[in-house]
Design a protein around this ligand. Structure first.
Ligand code: UFG
Length: 347
């Protein structure tokens, strides 16, 4: 019998790519999402998942559900027997989290507590959690390995990721039958190579590559480069960009790890290579064949100069390694952007 995996927030950018990988690996994902950040398609499905169905020619099980709704979660767990949970649901805008801390803590922390309690009540003890390299705060050394101190984040979004990691760690310590893999993402970009699913930020993109792609396609006039006076080769910020499909494959490897009764494990998901903002602009110009206009502006508050992973532990213990390089990330991002200039919505 194929294993059923609950995917919270599975209509989103990373979630939908993971649902696709789960289906291709023979799992049965059951997706919940509250449409906070997803466009409705037909057949009661989010448009992202309707397209996943078209790619794999398999149905996707979906239910509209908010993880803070405990009664609905209980009902869901009565209906399905899950072998594990992949937990993506949560609010994720750094700037907004500074303005609305309580909302971020309510959704991200309360939502996760309700999810963990419901899992416990129904005997589900395996979880893969969507964490972030943001838990490392300002790097004390580079590349960042999993032993680097954590908790130095300055915004409520980042703190919520750190707090959830700690909660899950404490739970695994107290109850030895729990298994958890905490995945610290670096900067996921790109799209599935079909060009049918990808990142679809609502409003003005907060992150670099969706913004760059919108400039390339003519939706925005120019990119603001947030500072060129960092201590990096060209002065602009350096990050570890990782293809979202590689990231999704890392989640399948994590699911397999849970099977070993691994207790609580933490892994970086990155490539180990850092690129600057201007290198990313040039890579996207090459992939799109279009000029990307930019202006240097002031630094963005809270940004660090450089952040990149030591991904060796994931390779050693999960047997996972990022396969795609920068050109492929940009080509796939460009295909998605060109085929869907306004994302999943029709206009
Ligand atoms: N940048 C610009 N202009 C923009 C947007 C970004 O110059 O319009 C620069 C930033 O200053 C930074 C780089 O591009 O140097 C990457 O910025 P992103 O916003 O794309 O990514 P961050 O590394 O700042 O943030 C990401 C995730 C967060 C997470 C953080 C730390 O989006 O969720 O990594 O892990 F908290």
């Amino acid at each position: 019998m194929a294993e059923k995996i609950l995917v919270t927030g599975g209509a989103g950018y990373i979630g939908s790519h993971c649902v696709l990988e789960l289906l291709q690996a023979g799992y049965v994902p059951v997706v919940i999402d509250n449409f906070h950040n997803a466009i409705r398609g037909s057949e009661e499905l989010p448009e992202s998942l309707r397209r996943v169905q078209d790619i794999v020619h398999q149905p996707v099980l979906f239910q509209e559900l908010d993880i803070t709704d405990e009664a609905a979660l209980q009902e869901l767990f009565r209906k399905h027997r899950f072998s594990a949970v992949m937990h993506f649901a949560g609010l994720k805008a750094v700037g907004e989290s500074v303005q609305k801390p309580l909302e971020y803590y309510r959704v991200n922390l309360t939502g996760t507590i309700r999810l963990l309690e419901t899992m416990k009540a129904h005997g589900v003890r395996n979880i893969v959690f969507s964490s972030s390299a943001t838990v490392y705060g300002d790097p004390k050394y580079l590349p960042l390995d999993e032993k680097h101190p954590v908790g130095g984040c300055t915004n409520p979004y980042g703190k919520s990721k750190f707090f959830i990691e700690e909660m899950i760690r404490d739970l695994c310590k107290a109850e030895k039958d729990w298994n958890a893999v905490l995945l610290r993402y670096f900067n996921p970009i790109g799209a599935h190579e079909s060009g049918m699913i990808g990142e679809d930020p609502q409003g003005i993109p907060n992150n670099l590559m969706p913004y760059v792609a919108q400039v390339a396609v003519g939706r925005r006039e120019f990119l603001s480069v947030f500072g060129n006076d960092y201590k990096t080769d060209d002065g602009t910020g350096v990050r570890d960009y990782i293809h979202v499909v590689d990231l999704a494959k890392g989640h399948i490897a994590a699911l397999k790890k849970l099977k070993e009764n691994c207790g609580c494990k933490v892994y970086n998901l990155g490539t180990g290579t850092g690129y600057s903002v201007l290198q990313m602009v040039r890579a996207m110009e090459k992939a799109s064949g279009r000029e990307i206009k930019y202006r240097i502006t002031a630094r963005r508050e809270g940004d660090v100069a450089s952040c990149y992973a030591d991904p060796a532990l994931a390779e050693r213990e999960l047997g996972w390694k990022a396969a795609f390089g920068l050109d492929k990330m940009c080509e796939d991002l460009w295909r998605w952007q060109l085929q869907n200039p306004t994302g999943f919505s029709k206009n």
